[in-house]
Design a protein around this ligand. Sequence first.
Ligand code: R5P
Length: 291
Amino acid sequence: MKIIPGPASQGLAERTAELLGVETVPLAFKHFPDGESYVRLEGNVENEEVAIVQTTSPPQDSRLLQLALTADAAKRNGAIKVTAVVPYLAYARQDKVFLRGETVSIETVARMLEAAGVDAVLTVNVHQEATLQTFPFPARSASAIPLIAEYLKARGFAGAFALAPDKGAVYIVEQAKKVLGGECGYLEKQRDRYTGQVSVERKAYTVKGKTVVIFDDIISSGGTIVAAAKIMRELDAGEIYAACVHPLLVGEAEKHILEAGVHEVVGTDSVPSHVSRVSLAPLLSKELQRG
Ligand code: R5P
């Protein structure tokens, strides 16, 4: 196998290839003055299985297109199998028609990737695993939560209360609890489909004086974490932290989260940023080794 580092995940791809002990195939890329994407493979992929590592965090649309163009370039140059390794899979949250007239965006994305030559997808903590069953090729999602929890444990967070800000994140805190060894719980979240406004129902957990880590798959606007942190403060929790796999942190999200009383935000290099303290490379290399 050879790894093609996509424009959005160069560092992660290099680290993954290093752990696997495989070659990377350089990819030249640029945007034309009018904004169109361009890619060119600078190495040989003939008769090779290749894995393109390319996250699709903002700007999602051009990163998805770069991924599709790279898959096509690999196939045109003789690759026998193309696996798209997409740590953050954009559009996965629009996995059904919520309001009349909408589309199921993630299904369109999957069909686009298939048309470009993608044979399989490996992603990380996709919003809903069931989504992947609708893909026209094998697709699976690995969980980075044990890695994040190990990182937190090494920093002294053993025994912390792991809080899921909504029911969808319950599996996340259950995985975190296995490593951190403390308790876990969840809140009930409602989001207004028109305004995006988040409201969270208070639950009476005993978190008084305890260190709480609010875990989520994605932090985007930060609204979910802010609402959960408010409840933790009302319940007199001790120090509050936020951890996620995909730190999109749009606009002033981190500022709002810190202003809500959260000490620190921890994320992975699924979305490279200053909070990306945990690398996904060990997870991706292990998953790619499994085939
Ligand atoms: C949705 O249910 C996800 O799991 C996250 O909770 C959500 O995407 C976070 O978005 P935001 O930071 O904008 O509240």
